[in-house]
Every structure is written in structure tokens, then in C-alpha cells.
Design a protein around this ligand. Structure first.
Ligand code: ADP
Ligand code: MG
Length: 740
């Protein structure tokens, strides 16, 4: 009912002003025209009114209707950013946070990181002027640690709520609590006007953080009116139609619908299952290009490596297309793509050229890329899968749900009739799950539990979850944190270890590794490890140059395993590229970039990944230094580093069995060394690993060879010597965690 388009409902979208040194009047007019015709434009006034009248509002609207880019601007125009308040918009994905913030700043004609900014892990593009802040849901959770009442925000928009990421799910419960406490503080202030009273009302949560009622009120513009903390408005936005669950969870909150404009999409399935979906995707892409009318193609793939492979294969094949065939322009988009390259996917292809977008799940609902007419959907997604019984989380390529399949095909019908090629049979489709299981039910909760504990929420089992994770999963994560030393016997956050771990924007086990590394005098090396592992796929092995790539890799390879190999890469880079630059004098960024590129290509290193690793390294270094920890290098004493790895990742140890297979010590699972490891085929007795990947079997990846006796020496809380010598079995976990 709220979707009908009445022109009187529309907020006047300000007419473009022609500015000097601007993008040019025609660009601004084009943007203005686009905004004005979005489905949401005609409901602007109504939406603002609904936000005004409801503390919590659910907004449902099809992908591309303008929710993400427009609603924040409507609220800005309606005065929700007055007096320095901010509107925060969460996104499950970093790429979405970046590209949407960039787009909105362009629409508003302001500098990015000025009035419109974004904040993602390892990158903060905001300033004191920022009023519309796009951020990942994980970042807002971190902000709540520093400011439990989120007092800077007048409105928080939880976008892409249908994705049900674990962070968004936790924010649901958290924001409900913040709303309640802001009301209490307010009521209290209104009664006797004393700030101290207000502070005591919010006791249970903020035992750790001293609350002053209104720090900004003591500043220059602290009139008694602005001193009042307003109720926090929460807007939950989703692209799927069932608002029911959200409404119920938010105590009967109102839902409004934005009418979309979906054109018909013809759906084609394969007759028989495809043995190799990548090959099928490649062939289908070329076929569509040769046979179908103009319009861009969107191909859904599962990750960076797959996308890069496909990019290469398509480029090769495109060179052999019959003469006269239009050209194609390949545009990849995935999380690890450097932010300055992410916007390229939105640039229209030159006339007569067909754009082929190779995307991960990002393009399902988070991003709307104009111009798409054909969708190729292999029906798969890379997702976390979790076994709470043994506490193991791994990444696996799994089938999508029916809801996801519908979203994907919908991308072809945004601007006109389209076609979707599903590379699976109708029978396969019929067997898909209706909807995706919320992530909170299929991931390791250690990180979330640590954050909740740091927020003072000790009763994690009793937390107000929309979908409760299993008791087993919560208990497992409590155990995990206890074993890492982050929790005390009473299940409270340990001080300083647990408190410091929660402060790091890293998974608990990596945070722990960073923290213990200074006592092993190898924090530089651990910093490098954390950065290189976060960046993924540092090595680049094109199929056709397999031998050369492997030969190039030899110079970095350490017989001790992948971690030291990665350290060798970074050390070589620092010495050969950055070092030589420094000798020549002042660092010239253009020159450095050129050198990086040529160094990477001659060493078969993935330049994008290395750049990202360097970036993460710089950011984590900032955190380490900010916490007053010393950064020390162990130099050539890499045994020290391997011992430190043991003290940190002891939960991920695997031991060779009599039959040559490996057994993960903490879970008893049978695992195999991943072919990408430098230890593949080397059969070391005992290894540590960082990652589990499930394909046809469980693989362990990112490995280092260790002495199994180190486990008992460096993790005596978990392993006993006798166990390791005789049975390679950890202590029974029963009773490790005292009930409280
Ligand atoms: P929703 O959140 O409802 O899915 P969005 O607000 O993301 O919708 O998108 C609204 C419109 O803005 C879409 O038509 C989309 O094509 C356009 N758009 C969004 N981001 C960009 C961009 N970076 N470049 C060009 N157009 C964009
Ligand atoms: Mg959106």
C-alpha cells in the first residue's frame, strides 16, 4: 500500500546545481534523472514520516529500488543529521560499503570521506564531518564496544537484513537493547536532569566503560536541548518479501513495502547436470555473447581464484572469436579487489562492446549494476559450514537456496526483459532449500561471544537472538575462548588478555597470536603472517605457465611450510622493491607501484593480493602500536616463530597416522594436506594449519611443520606429554569449562 506512486509523496530531489570544477553538468543531470525515476523516489515523504512515527521500521523493497542509496539521503534532508548526529548504514559486505558510499557521495556532490564516508575493517574513510556513514555490520559491532549507547547516531539502518549474517543478527539484539537504554537514560534525565543518575541506569552493560551522559554536551554547542539523548531509530531493510520474522522479533514493528519494477526474466535450465560448472559457465558466456542481443552478462562465481581463472580463460577465448564479433570487456568484482578498482564494474562499456561481469555473491542483492540483461548462475556459493559437535568451521562451495536463485535471476530483469541461464537441472532446483540458513547457525561463534563478553553481556546463552544458535555451538565457543585464555574460570573476560583480544579486529585466535608473539620476540613475523593469510592467494599460478610459476616459487619456499614461505615473499619484496626505492631517495608512489607490478609478474605473485596484504599489515601494525606493544623481529631465528605459531594455533594441530593420513588432534577428523601447500607430498609428522577447506574431502591449508612435543610444552592447558607421545590425542575436554 505504501508503494503506490503519488507525485505529491515525493520529496523534492534538489535540482542539480552547476558547480565549477564539477563532474560536469550533464553527469549531474544524468544522476538526478536516475534518482528521480527510482521506485523509492515517489515514496520519499511517506518513508520519512514512517521513520518519524516508528522507532523501528522494516523496509522491504526489491533489489535496485533505491533503498540503500536513497533512504540515507532522504533522512539527511529531513534533518536527522542535525547537531552532528549521524545516520549509520550497515552492510554485510565491505565491497557494498565502499561502492555505495562512493555512489552516494557522488549523488550528493560531496567528497567521499567528507559528509559521506565508509568504515570497514582495515580501512576508515570517515572524518569529523561525516554524517552518512556506511559500514560493515562488524564495524558497528566494534563501535558499540567503545560507545555502548551509540550516541553519535540518530538512525541506524541495518541493510541487507535478509542476508542474516552473524553480525547483523547480533546487532538486532544489541540495537534493541540500545533503544531501550536510551529511552531509560532519557526518561531519567527528564525527571531530575542529573547526568549521574542517567549513568547508573545503564549499569548492567557498561560496567567496563565509564559512561558520561553527554560528552558532547560539555562541548561548545551544548544547549540544554541538545543534551537530551534522542531515541535511536532503527530501520531494517530487506530485499526478500517475508517481513514476518523481522516484525515479530522487533515487537510488532511496522513494515512498509516499496513497489519494485521487475521485467520478465526467461529462465533456462540445463537438461543434464554439468560435470564442470566453470567450463559450462565459460561456454555459456561465449554462447550468449555470440547469439544474443546486446546487453551485459553477469556470471556468479564463488571466489577470487575462480574469478581470476575465468577472467584469463575468457580473455584467451575471446581472442579467437570469429572476425566481426563485438568485443567483450571483463569486469571482475569480489571482496579482495582493491577499492579503487571496485567502481570499474559500474562503468558502462563503450558502445558496441559487451560487458561481462564476473562476480561473487556480492552482486546478488548488495550491488545493483546497471545494464545487465543476462545472468549465468552455476547455483553455487562459497559459505561457512560449521560442525558444532567438534567445533570446526570450514569454507565450502555449497548449493544456493531457491530464494538466492530467484534473486540472481532477478538481476537480469531490472531494466528490461532478460534471460537467466541456470547451469543446473530443474530437478536440482526443486531439491534446493527454500531459504538460506542464517549464518549464526553455521559458523564458529568464538568471535561473536568474545565481542558480547566485551560488551558486558555475560549471559550469552540468554541473549535475545532472532534465531538462537544451538547450545552446543555456544558452549563450544566458550570452551574455545577459555582454552585461548580469553575467559576466566567464571566465564568472564580475562584481563588483560581477553580484553586486548577483543580490541583487535581479528579472529580471536589471530588476536591471541599477535599478543603472544612479542614474548616470543617475533611480532614482526606474526604481523606479516596475519596480513598475508588475510589477503589470500598470494601466489599466482596460471595453468599454461604452471612450470615457470612453480620454479619462481622455489626461491621463497621454506621446508618448514607455508607461513615462513609467505614471510620470505614479504621480506624479498621489502628488500628488492621498497628497499631499492629508499636507496634512490624519496619514495615515489607511481614508481613504486610500477616496480611492484613488474616484481610481482616476474615472481608469479598476485599483485592485487600482495597490495592488500601490505595494506592490512599497515593497519594491524597501527593497532599493535596503539596498544603499546613492541614490534620485534626474530630475524633468522625462525624456530622461535614456529614455536610461537604452536603456542597460538595449537588447536589446529594435525598428526600423521600409520596409514600416512593426517588426524586433526582436537577434533579427531581425518584431513589431507591441500595441494597448494609447500608441504604437499612432504609428509611431515606433525603440522599446524590455519584453514579447513572442504571439497571432496577435508583439506588443511596454510601449514607449518612443528615438533609434536612443543604442543605439550607450549599448550600444557590442552595437551599432555603422555597423550602426545602415545596416542597423539588431546586431553579430554570434559570439565575444561566450569559451569557458572
Ligand atoms: P537497493 O538498495 O534497493 O537494492 P540501490 O540504492 O543500491 O538499490 O540502487 C539504486 C539504483 O542506483 C540502482 O538503479 C543502481 O543501478 C544505481 N546505482 C547504485 N550504485 C551505483 C553506482 N555505483 N553506479 C551507478 N549506478 C548505481
Ligand atoms: Mg541495497
Amino acid at each position: 500500500e505504501n508503494g503506490k506512486r503519488k507525485s505529491s509523496d515525493a520529496l523534492p530531489v534538489p535540482r542539480p546545481k552547476l558547480m565549477k570544477n564539477d563532474l560536469g553538468g550533464s553527469r549531474r543531470r544524468e544522476i538526478w534523472e536516475q534518482r528521480r525515476t527510482l521506485p523509492i523516489a515517489s515514496a520519499a515523504k511517506k518513508l520519512v514520516k514512517e521513520v518519524e512515527n516508528n522507532d523501528t521500521l522494516i523496509v522491504i523493497g526489491e533489489t535496485g529500488s533505491g533503498k540503500t542509496t536513497q533512504l540515507p539521503q532522504f533522512l539527511h534532508a529531513a534533518g536527522y543529521c542535525k547537531g552532528g548526529s549521524m545516520v549509520g548504514i550497515t552492510q554485510p559486505r565491505r565491497v557494498a560499503a565502499i561502492t555505495v558510499a562512493t555512489r552516494v557521495s557522488e549523488e550528493m556532490g560531496v567528497q567521499l570521506s567528507g559528509e559521506v564516508g565508509y568504515s570497514i575493517r582495515f580501512e576508515d574513510a570517515t572524518s569529523p564531518q561525516t554524517r552518512l556513514k556506511f559500514m560493515t555490520d562488524g564495524m558497528l559491532l566494534r563501535e558499540a564496544l567503545l560507545d555502548p549507547l551509540l550516541r553519535k547516531y540518530s538512525v541506524i539502518i541495518l541493510d541487507e537484513a535478509h542476508e542474516r549474517t552473524v553480525h547483523t543478527d547480533v546487532l538486532f539484539g544489541l540495537l534493541k537493547g540500545v533503544q531501550k537504554r536510551r529511552r531509560e537514560v532519557r526518561a531519567d534525565v527528564e525527571v531530575d536532569g542529573k547526568t549521574e543518575q542517567g549513568a547508573s541506569m545503564v549499569k548492567p552493560l557498561e560496567n567496563r566503560t565509564q559512561i558520561k551522559l553527554d560528552s558532547e554536551a560539555h562541548g561548545s554547542n551544548g544547549s540544554s536541548k541538545s543534551r537530551r539523548l534522542k531515541v535511536l531509530k532503527v530501520v531494517v531493510m530487506s530485499a526478500t518479501l517475508d517481513a514476518q520474522g523481522f516484525c515479530e522479533y522487533f515487537d510488532g514493528a511496522k513494515a512498509v513495502y516499496i513497489q519494485g519494477r521487475q521485467h520478465p526474466v526467461q529462465i533456462m535450465n540445463t537438461y543434464t547436470p554439468e560435470a564442470d560448472y566453470l567450463d559450462a559457465a565459460l561456454i555459456t558466456t561465449l554462447q550468449v555473447h555470440l547469439e544474443e542481443a546486446p546487453g551485459d552478462i553477469l556470471v556468479f562465481l564463488t571466489g577470487q581464484e575462480e574469478i581470476e581463472n575465468m577472467e584469463r580463460l575468457l580473455t584467451e577465448r575471446a581472442a579467437f572469436l570469429p572476425e566481426g564479433t563485438p568485443k567483450i570487456l571483463i569486469a571482475p568484482i569480489y571482496a579482495a579487489l582493491p577499492s579503487e578498482q571496485q567502481m570499474r564494474v559500474f562503468e558502462p562499456a563503450p558502445t558496441g562492446v559487451r560487458k561481462v561481469i564476473l562476480a561473487t555473491n556480492i552482486a546478488e542483492t548488495s550491488l545493483t549494476i546497471p545494464g545487465i540483461r543476462y545472468v549465468i548462475d552455476p547455483g553455487l556459493v562459497k559459505a561457512k559450514v560449521y560442525n558444532p559437535r567438534i567445533g570446526v568451521e570450514s569454507l565450502a562451495v555449497v548449493p544456493i537456496s531457491k530464494a538466492q536463485a530467484a534473486q540472481r535471476s532477478g538481476r537480469a530483469g531490472r531494466e528490461g526483459p532478460g534471460k537467466c541461464f541456470r547451469l543446473y537441472t530443474v530437478e536440482t532446483f526443486n531439491k534446493l532449500e527454500e531459504a538460506t540458513v542464517p549464518e549464526i547457525k553455521r559458523c564458529n561463534l568464538a568471535n561473536v561471544v568474545l565481542q558480547l563478553k566485551a560488551l558486558g553481556i555475560d549471559d550469552v546463552l540468554g541473549f535475545d537472538f532472532m534465531d538462537k544458535p544451538s547450545r552446543a555451538a555456544i558452549v563450544k565457543s566458550l570452551e574455545h575462548l577459555y582454552i585461548l585464555g580469553a575467559l576466566t574460570d567464571e566465564g568472564k573476560l580475562s584481563d588483560p588478555l581477553g580484553v586486548q583480544m577483543a580490541r583487535f579486529p581479528l579472529e580471536p585466535v589471530y588476536a591471541k597470536a599477535m599478543l603472544v608473539s612479542s614474548s616470543f620476540r617475533c611480532s614482526e613475523e606474526m604481523l606479516t603472517t596475519v596480513a598475508m593469510l588475510s589477503a589470500e592467494s598470494i601466489f599466482f599460478t596460471p595453468r599454461e605457465k604452471f612450470k615457470e610459476a612453480n620454479a619462481a616459487r622455489q626461491r621463497f619456499t621454506s621446508p618448514e611450510g607455508d607461513h615462513i614461505t609467505l614471510i620470505n615473499v614479504l621480506r624479498a619484496y621489502t628488500q628488492e622493491v621498497e628497499g631499492s626505492q629508499r636507496i634512490e631517495g624519496e619514495v615515489n608512489h607511481k614508481k613504486l607501484e610500477k616496480k611492484l607490478r613488474s616484481w610481482c609478474s616476474s615472481n608469479f605473485i598476485n599483485g592485487r593480493s600482495l597490495r592488500r596484504a601490505l595494506d592490512i599489515r599497515r593497519q594491524v601494525r597501527g593497532y599493535v602500536e596503539g596498544m603499546g606493544l613492541e614490534l620485534i623481529s626474530c630475524g633468522d631465528d625462525l624456530n622461535q616463530f614456529r614455536r610461537c605459531l604452536t603456542a597460538s594455533f595449537f588447536l589446529n594441530a594435525a598428526h600423521k597416522q600409520a596409514d600416512g593420513k593426517y588426524r586433526a588432534l582436537s577434533t579427531g577428523q581425518t584431513v589431507a594436506i591441500h595441494p597448494s601447500s609447500v608441504l604437499f607430498g612432504k609428509k611431515p609428522d606433525c603440522v599446524l594449519f590455519n584453514e579447513l577447506v572442504r571439497t571432496n574431502q577435508q583439506y588443511i591449508r596454510s601449514l607449518t611443520r612443528i615438533d609434536s612435543l612443543w604442543l605439550a610444552e607450549l599448550a600444557p592447558q590442552y595437551y599432555s606429554t603422555r597423550d602426545l607421545v602415545y596416542a597423539a590425542r588431546p586431553l579430554s575436554q570434559e570439565g575444561l569449562l566450569k559451569p557458572h
